[in-house]
Design a protein around this ligand. Structure first.
Ligand SMILES: Nc1ncnc2c1ncn2[C@@H]1O[C@H](COP(=O)(O)OP(=O)(O)OP(=O)(O)O)[C@@H](O)[C@H]1O
Ligand SMILES: [Mg+2]
Length: 384
């Protein structure tokens, strides 16, 4: 359990609660985060109650349609913009309880930021751009800074361009320099808003490879991306839909649903917990819900005609069950029990499940294929 450093700064806006709860585990914790912008037409809500925790060493992709709130969320985490309500903790610090000067010092030491358009200062050389956050944060002694900056540039293969101005190098090279700059004070966390959005695919691949290397070295990285092939390669994906987070396991289980449908399913689902060994679905009894496993494992077992019980499968987070019954008449064809550890699931009622499949043919086809596969596996297991 990490403990929060005591901060005396006042809350930034009237709506931000002044009582700061203690932080849970994780290097980034976001609690009940809301952000609304004031517009001519009135308050425009952009983030509508975000809760998420990120563990050290995770490589998290943030995806979602244009306007869903990805940049707004990144800016809240980096302390670039302030929430209307809620809390962000990064590396044991409550980000929005600091004043501006504490905040910039803190950010320089704890968070590397990489933008889509690099944002190097045009009149400074590549090397000077990398040294700038070092001068600001005083992590390294002045005489060490140049060598450190060259070390960073070497890591991103930019040392040969150290004395050039940003305008004299390519976009991919500028982004690599920007990554070196983000690493200047060796921060534990890096946030990147579409870092490959302005690069061709080969250069994007090289930049993504750099992030993978940094994650392997122990950094925690959050990266907003529109690139689906890159989004599939991170260790965890979070999806924003209209300013809200979709359940991550639902995204894994039913990726062909539209973002709006995933959000509807997330909101319409009920989280349930089962003790180790508890029975969740019983063979031959009515099952009226669709279950997605979010934690732990379940065992699928059949009762054979002579009374023996055979375990045919084990499933874990992101896998689902209950669909066979919902699509084939309602009675369970197997018994499903929690494994040796407690199990958590989200459950979706029949009516919502049917509504989603009726709205989305692709998902219906995927689930039907799963049903026929499981029914035939079940039959062959019984006949053995
Ligand atoms: N300063 C602002 N004032 C008013 N509205 C804003 C402001 N900044 C963002 N918005 C609105 O908030 C919503 C979310 O914006 P945000 O930039 O976070 O989306 P995004 O998911 O990053 O989109 P994109 O993929 O296009 O970058 C949008 O509707 C945007 O118009
Ligand atoms: Mg954006």
């Amino acid at each position: 359990m990490l403990h929060l450093r005591k901060k005396t700064g006042k809350a930034i806006t009237a709506e931000v609660q002044t009582v700061t709860p203690t932080m849970g585990e994780g290097i980034i914790q976001i609690r009940d985060l809301y952000k609304s912008y004031e517009t001519a037409a009135g308050l425009f809500p952009v983030l509508k109650g975000i809760n998420v925790g990120i563990q050290p060493g995770e490589f998290v992709g943030i995806i979602g349609k244009s306007g869903s709130g990805k940049s707004t969320l990144i800016n809240m985490i980096a302390g670039i913009d302030h929430p209307t309500a809620g809390h962000v903790f990064v590396a044991e610090t409550s980000v929005h309880n600091m004043n501006e000067s504490e905040m910039s010092k803190w950010r320089g030491r704890n968070m590397g930021i990489v933008f889509q358009f690099f944002q190097l200062l045009p009149m400074l050389t590549v090397l000077e751009n990398v040294m700038l956050p070092m001068d600001f944060c005083n992590v390294y002694a002045p005489r060490e800074r140049k060598a450190k900056a060259l070390e960073m540039l070497d890591m991103v293969e930019m040392v040969d361009h150290a004395n050039k101005l940003p305008s004299a190098v390519s976009g991919g090279q500028q982004q690599r320099a920007a990554i070196a700059r983000s690493l200047a004070n060796n921060p534990p966390v890096i946030v990147a808003d579409e870092p490959t959005g302005n690069l061709d695919s080969q250069t994007a691949e090289a930049v993504f490879g750099l992030f993978e290397m940094l994650v392997n070295q122990g950094k925690t990285i959050l990266m907003v991306t529109h690139d689906n092939s890159l989004a599939r390669r991170v260790t965890r994906t979070i999806l924003l839909a209209d300013g809200e987070l979709v359940n991550e396991w639902l995204l894994r289980a039913l990726p062909t649903l539209s973002h709006q449908q995933m959000l509807k399913a997330t909101k319409g689902s009920e989280p349930l917990s089962f003790a180790a060994g508890a029975q969740i679905v019983k063979e031959n009894e009515v099952n009226d819900r669709f279950f997605i496993i979010t934690e732990g494992f379940v065992d699928i077992a059949l009762n054979k005609p002579r009374g023996e019980k055979v375990t045919v499968n084990r499933m874990g987070p992101g896998e689902y069950f209950g669909e066979v019954e919902l699509m084939n008449g309602g009675h369970a064809i197997a018994t499903i029990t929690a494994g040796e550890l407690p199990v958590k699931v989200i459950a979706i009622k029949r009516s919502l499940f049917e509504e989603l499949l009726n709205e989305n043919r692709d998902t219906k086809r995927v689930v039907e294929t799963m049903v026929s596969r499981r029914v035939s596996e079940n039959q062959s297991a019984r006949s053995k």
